[in-house]
Ligand binder design. Sequence first.
Ligand SMILES: N[C@@H](CCC(=O)N[C@@H](CS)C(=O)NCC(=O)O)C(=O)O
Length: 238
Amino acid sequence: MITLYVAGEGFGLPEYSPYAMKTEIQLQLADLAYEKRPGRREDSPKGQIPWIVDGGRTIADTTFIRAYLEETYGVDLDAGLTPGQRAQAWAMERMAENQLGWVGAHFRFLKPDNFARGPAHWFDEAPEPMRESLRAGLVEAVGANVRAVGIGRHSDEEIAWLAERSLKAIVATLGDKPFLYGDRPVGSEAVVFSILATTLNPFFDCPVRRAAEGMPTLMAYIERMMARFYPEHMALAA
Ligand SMILES: N[C@@H](CCC(=O)N[C@@H](CS)C(=O)NCC(=O)O)C(=O)O
């Protein structure tokens, strides 16, 4: 059986790592049995969560995990899509990971109230004399990444404006379909949903969430995907 190493639930989400959610959804779409175990990024071959172990093989990074699953188990998670849709799906996936994901990190980690409400608690069990410097170290590391990808160089208003353009692109792609490309979800939207659920998480205060609340198509899509892949979480939240 495949073992999926994850960060675990948190901040009102079934998995607080969007990448862990992405792979978990893709495992479900591939109809593969798996078990989840808590993992520490220090133990991951690429230093990040998630990773999988399948028999004797260890694969890290969600895009490579998906490629491995498709090749090894003979599944195509984007089956039914035209070449043009596949290309668009890939671009949409990159937009979610390489732009919206960083927007989410900016507001979650770099706004002191959000950080205190959420990620700061990861260090609650650390020895008291180290606790604050561990928290400061995390903020500094995330800040450096967010700046390196460019997002961190803009004002909050500009960041929200950029993110809103991406949300509108997702809404336009959805149109009146239940899922991005039709009546059933495909592999590439696992990450679009996961990044949306994390970036727009109402647990945190974020202008992008407020903008999204004015987009009923988008909010309904997030709920539909959550109900489909995390029904127990939805039942608990109800
Ligand atoms: N490109 C990676 C991204 C994974 C990722 O960013 N994971 C985060 C958790 S959501 C992580 O482990 N961050 C810790 C770090 O980068 O040091 C993938 O697709 O798996």
